[in-house]
Design a protein around this ligand. Structure first.
Ligand SMILES: [Zn+2]
Ligand SMILES: [Zn+2]
Length: 158
């Protein structure tokens, strides 16, 4: 009887050890599978752009996008030509040197060949001065604070 008991005890110890090995194996396989699935999900999300930080930015939000929008709405003009074209708004004679139109951004007088931006509000600026202002995320006229571009759906989504 004693011998049999010892043998049984040895067997059950061996069983427990086997069971322990199986549990370790199962846990190991499960964690490996879990890791693989997690990597797969992250890869899929990256590919579909869910986790992408640069892909979701609207073109209007980048300086290039804003400039394109500005070019479309307010194409640059040569000051002298704009002045002639806009004559109905300037019933008087062309301005003399003293009362020349001034770009309030750089405070320089407009020269005849200067490239300008003529805003809907009637204010004009040098093209390079205004472009720097506008691409610096300023959506309004520096003088009268009216919106430069009409509000669109794209600009409302921030
Ligand atoms: Zn200027
Ligand atoms: Zn204005």
């Amino acid at each position: 009887m004693m011998e049999r008991n010892t043998w049984e005890e040895q067997t059950s110890e061996k069983d427990q050890a086997d069971r322990g090995n199986v549990i370790t194996l199962v846990v190991g396989v499960c964690s490996l599978v879990g890791l693989a699935v997690a990597i797969l999900i992250v890869t899929c999300m990256k590919r579909s752009g869910v986790l992408s930080t640069t892909g979701g930015v609207l073109p209007l939000q980048t300086p290039e996008g804003r400039l394109k929008q500005l070019d479309k709405a307010l194409p640059p003009a040569v000051f002298s030509r704009w002045y002639r074209h806009d004559q109905k708004n300037h019933p008087g004679p062309p301005p003399s040197q003293q009362e020349a139109q001034v770009c309030v951004i750089c405070l320089d007088a407009m020269q005849a060949q200067d490239s300008i931006r003529a805003l809907k509000c009637g204010h004009i600026y040098h093209r390079q001065c205004f472009d720097r202002w506008f691409t610096g995320s300023h959506d309004y006229c520096p003088l009268c604070h009216r919106l430069v571009l009409p509000p669109t759906d794209a600009s409302e989504v921030v």
